[in-house]
Design a binder for this molecule. Structure first.
Ligand code: DAH
Length: 359
């Protein structure tokens, strides 16, 4: 006959192997099932033992049954406590990477440009985006009749420099403009040439990155808001050769060590002589491809030797000082460097575009 002590040992070993609710149910049934359970069988066997032994054996069997029930209840509770609660943190899942932002491509390019010119000894300065006509135009040898001053090209701010309400009335005479200068959103960073020279004596070596505004409708190549980097160097005996040296160094560091430059005669009111500068296409090394429209050259900036009239406007001795200046579009450089096809992508804030640039 099986005795209670033996059955208890067997039960405890079985309970030890329980890992789930289902395992526990199997063990419970094995011992406590009314029909065929091992405890029920033990009780049945006891019924056939001599009367003198029965009370003792019966007590032992009952004690065993209670013990098994208590053990099973305790095990059930432990299993419930170990079960993960819905929505709780599953520490075994792989971690989720926090999304890191990316620098805007224009920020990257601007920083690279600043780094190159800083190494060449240029200081980085910034200036106001809301300007007056004097700094944006007059001092740069662009008289009141200059087409860039037209309402069609320039975004004027409502209200005059004297704080009077100002309404758009079309072209104004030089007299009118002088009497009541308008505020405007600067159309180029060249306005900072004037501000800086008014406040500093030569020698001067600055670059001016910043936002500029024009009355343009957005399309593939135009945006009413974009960015430029102005350069200005003024001193004694500064020549066009110095300008070429600075720009060639920039082109080689920004694009390719084999870059070449081409100066095309041009016109800007604030430089004489003036030039537009092309860089050899690095995609085809000048042979002609889609990027350079088969010309082998890519236009990157306008520049020239500072016009004596500009020096006079800021009170410099135009006999003593010479200098050069340039203005380049930061978007233009970024477009060429990264092969961006549409300038509007820089301002759409589409993450699929922005995420393609380094952190
Ligand atoms: N201001 C010109 C523009 O916005 C660019 C420019 C040309 C700047 C010649 C200069 C310069 O300083 O010398 O298109």
């Amino acid at each position: 006959m099986v005795d209670a002590a033996h059955l208890r040992a067997q039960f405890l070993a079985d309970l030890d192997g329980v890992a789930s609710d289902r395992d526990l149910q199997v063990v419970r049934d094995r011992y406590l099932a009314r029909k065929g359970g091992l405890v029920a069988r033990l009780l049945k066997e006891i019924a056939g033992t001599p009367a003198a032994d029965r009370p003792r054996l019966g007590q032992q069997a009952n004690a065993l049954k209670l013990d098994i029930e208590a053990n099973i209840a305790a095990r059930r509770e432990r299993l419930a406590a170990d079960r993960p609660v819905a929505g709780a943190i599953d520490v075994t899942l792989p971690g989720r990477r926090p999304a890191l932002g990316h620098r805007h491509p224009l920020t990257i390019v601007r920083a690279q440009m600043e780094a190159i010119f800083t190494r060449l000894g240029f200081a980085v300065v910034e200036g106001p985006e809301a300007e007056d006509e004097f700094h944006c135009f007059d001092a740069l040898n662009m008289p009141a009749s200059h087409p860039a001053r037209d309402m069609q090209d320039t975004l004027y701010l409502a209200g005059s420099m004297r704080g009077e309400a100002w309404t758009a009335t079309g072209p104004r005479s030089a007299d009118e403009q002088a009497r009541d200068p308008r505020t405007l959103l600067r159309t180029h960073t060249s306005s900072m040439q004037v501000r800086y020279m008014q406040a500093h004596e030569p020698p001067i070596r600055i670059v001016v990155p910043g936002t500029v505004y024009r009355r343009d409708n957005p399309d593939l190549t135009h945006s009413p808001m974009f960015h430029q980097m102005e350069g200005l160097l003024v001193g004694e005996r500064i020549s066009l050769a110095d300008l070429k040296g600075v720009l060639l160094t920039f082109a080689r560091e920004m694009f390719a060590p084999s870059s070449r430059l081409r100066f095309r005669p041009s016109f800007f009111p604030y430089t004489e002589p003036s030039a537009e500068v092309d860089i050899s296409c690095w995609a085809c090394e000048g042979a002609g491809c889609a990027q350079c429209k088969r010309t082998g050259w890519l236009e990157i900036l306008g520049c020239g030797m500072v016009h004596p009239a500009v020096f006079e406007a800021v009170g410099y001795d135009a006999e003593r000082y010479t200098g050069f200046a340039w203005g380049m579009g930061i978007e233009r450089i970024a477009i060429l460097k990264y092969g961006v096809e549409d300038i509007r992508l820089f301002f759409d804030n589409d993450l699929r575009f922005l995420e393609q640039f380094p952190i």
